[in-house]
Design a protein around this ligand. Structure first.
Ligand SMILES: [Zn+2]
Length: 286
């Protein structure tokens, strides 16, 4: 199978990249099940990229139903080292306006009951997650996004909530009091699993509207929301095309060794069945 180092995970509104030359379409299976859809290997200009729509092509998987372990495992198995993930978000701050882009630096986990680790079942590991997103990718993304004319907010915190219902007004005010800038349903456990899998991961968020705290806002119609989703998707696709020439190079960040020294269970005590699963994505460690 062809090794591809860079992947894009598309969120709401991004189900394919038009104009890309499709090289292959992989229907993969992993020890954790099947990914959200087949993975499209495409060439954009000279850059090779793996594309996976998080919600499936046609959007049939809700955020809490996404099999993130299978998605990240499948990307790892084809050799991916860097992920650009995209997500539509609601804004918790006045200054983060609809159609703005946000590169969050931190995340607060408000999900429930989503499998969030490859480990357990007889093999213990605790990955460091103090800095959930790859700082090296941020340094690549910021100047390119600005050159593309995007209004980009950095140093923000994203709240990842369970959904599928949106927040109550009380919750929305509480998240604002925590200092968070945006809210979505898709950053986790995706980012945690990418970290465990030693893949550089960055989530690029696109604001569609204000979360329900903002009561003076004119009523957001479904048409407005869809229109914003589509405009954001166009901007995201242009950003991807501009970013790819800078990606897939040798990695100088710590992501490539994130789990190496975090596996606690002595080799002779490791559950053989679990070891066999883990070997699929960590051939060097098991
Ligand atoms: Zn990294």
């Amino acid at each position: 199978m062809e090794k591809v180092k860079v992947a894009v995970i598309g969120g709401s509104g991004i189900y394919e990249i038009e104009g890309a030359q499709i090289i292959n379409e992989l229907s993969l299976d992993t020890p954790w099940g099947k990914p959200s859809d087949s993975i499209v290997i495409a060439k954009i200009d000279e850059a090779l990229v793996a594309f996976l729509p998080r919600h499936g092509k046609g959007h049939f998987i809700l955020p809490h139903e996404v099999n993130s372990r299978a998605n990240i495992a499948a990307l790892k198995m084809i050799g991916v080292e860097e992920i650009l993930a995209f997500s539509a978000v609601g804004s918790l701050k006045d200054e983060i306006k609809p159609l703005d882009f946000i590169l969050p630096y931190q995340v607060i986990d408000r999900t429930k009951n989503r499998p969030s680790t490859f480990f357990g079942d007889g093999v213990a590991a605790h990955v460091a997650f103090a800095d959930p997103f790859c700082a090296r990718l941020h340094e690549l993304i910021i100047p390119v996004a600005k050159a593309n004319g995007l209004k980009l907010h950095t140093k923000e915190t994203v709240i990842c909530m369970e959904g599928p219902a949106f927040s109550t007004r009380a919750e929305s005010h509480m998240y604002r009091s925590w200092g968070a800038g945006i809210i979505n349903m898709s950053t986790l456990p995706e980012a945690k699993l990418a970290k465990e899998a030693e893949i550089c991961y960055s989530i690029i968020c696109m604001s569609t509207d204000y979360d329900c705290w903002k009561e003076d806002e004119e009523h957001v119609t479904v048409e407005m929301l869809i229109s914003n989703l589509n405009k954001n998707a166009d901007n995201a696709k242009n950003l991807i095309k501009s970013l790819l020439p800078y990606m897939g190079k040798e990695r100088t960040c710590g992501c490539k060794d994130a789990i190496k020294s975090s596996i606690l269970t002595a080799p002779q005590k490791q559950n053989p069945g679990q070891k066999k699963k883990l070997k699929k994505i960590f051939p060097d460690y098991f």
